[in-house]
Design a protein around this ligand. Sequence first.
Ligand code: NCD
Ligand code: ZN
Length: 470
Amino acid sequence: MNADLVIHNGQIVHPDGIVDASIAIHDGQILAIGAPDAMPTATETFDAGGLHILPGAIDVHVHFRDPGYTHKEDWDTGSAAAAFGGVTTVFDMPNTVPATANASALSDKHAIASSRARVDYGLYGFLGEDTIANVPEMVAGGVIGFKLYMGETFGRLPTPSTGAMLEAFEIVAPTGKRISLHAETASIMARREARMRNAGRTDPLAHLAARPAIVAVEAVSRAAILAEWTGARIHILHISSAEELRPLAEAKARGVDITGETCPHYLFLSADDYDRCGGVIRVNPPVREARNQQPLWQALTSGVLDIVATDHAPHTPPEKTRNDIWTVDCGFPGVETQMSLMLSALPLRHASICDYVRWSAYNPARIWGLAPKKGAIQVGADADLAIVDLGREMVLDDAALQSRSKISPWHGRRVKGLPIHTLVRGRFIMRDRILQDGTQGWGRSVHTIQSMPAARPRNTDATMEAIVRF
Ligand code: NCD
Ligand code: ZN
């Protein structure tokens, strides 16, 4: 069989080592990996000399805002930002307008994403107090998983009670879909924020004071208990503190199907940056004291944390620079800068580029059942590739972002290691740092699970459905 494209001279990065080999691609998939003279004849050859070839990153936590907040981002600009960040698959959050909470909102978002996205994508369905009954129609309509907000954040979607959360877990458990949690407990934050506001605090550090680590520790612990009881698979989003690692590790040790993610802003920024950044740094959960950074890095290395994702949360400059911190929108863009930030830091943190590939691509694919099609460079997999120059230095510049949101705490930071070319299913989406024309609509939904152990619901005789039947 002839190949469409053969890439020569690159260093292929696997989770367990680096291999010097050529890659042949046919029909969007990897056809062969091996010595240059063992490659089939190809329509096009490409020289990746001096570059490393990574599986494209799978960012399981982005907010592309479309439909509803397209002045902040849309599928076109968001997926262009992904391409520049070496990200070949994104999972989009449901806090859009309308929220992705039923079959019709889901089908509308599928229509927009499939016509605009340049990279592959999964769509999250929203689990709220009153949307539990919609789980079957959302599964049928094609979701990658579900999202549940245990605390209020941007979009002000109301937080479900623990009762509704338990019922949601019961209903999702047998589907095998994973529930991703914004694990911050609403009632603790609400009281503390009210107290701070009454005391007249409007400065950026008041945001951190209102959301101490216990807010997240309590939520992670409670979510783990409900997952253990119901057998639901869960993923803890944006872990920000050292203290959350204990309930996460303990639940894993008990056999709970729980995974954890952290984000670059918790690994690189700290309470010391609030003065410099002002409201731009406001994000949920908050960037915390510097002492949290080393334990988070350590947890990635040890496997207590599974994933680096970005919580790409774009807003406009006016929305990020209001004087009163309580009125500043939470979050900032990240999908485009994650890979460079992480690659820059690996030597300092005694981690390797193989570790990075595990956190950014291999583990996300495995955890959501997308392996072996996604997340690793192997024969039969989709040719989703980030081709990076580890020696290339750059100063991050908000004005140069592809994202519609041109404001972030990363502005002015020097990085070393840059994605130069990005391929999604064998097609160049970015080439030589240039976005490729006509790539809108190339992205496809990845919601069909390829490989996942069977669902294992527990305590099924005590579910809401069981007692009502009884
Ligand atoms: C996110 C957003 O803007 O949608 N904001 C944030 O501060 N992280 C919502 C979220 O992920 O909590
Ligand atoms: Zn969140």
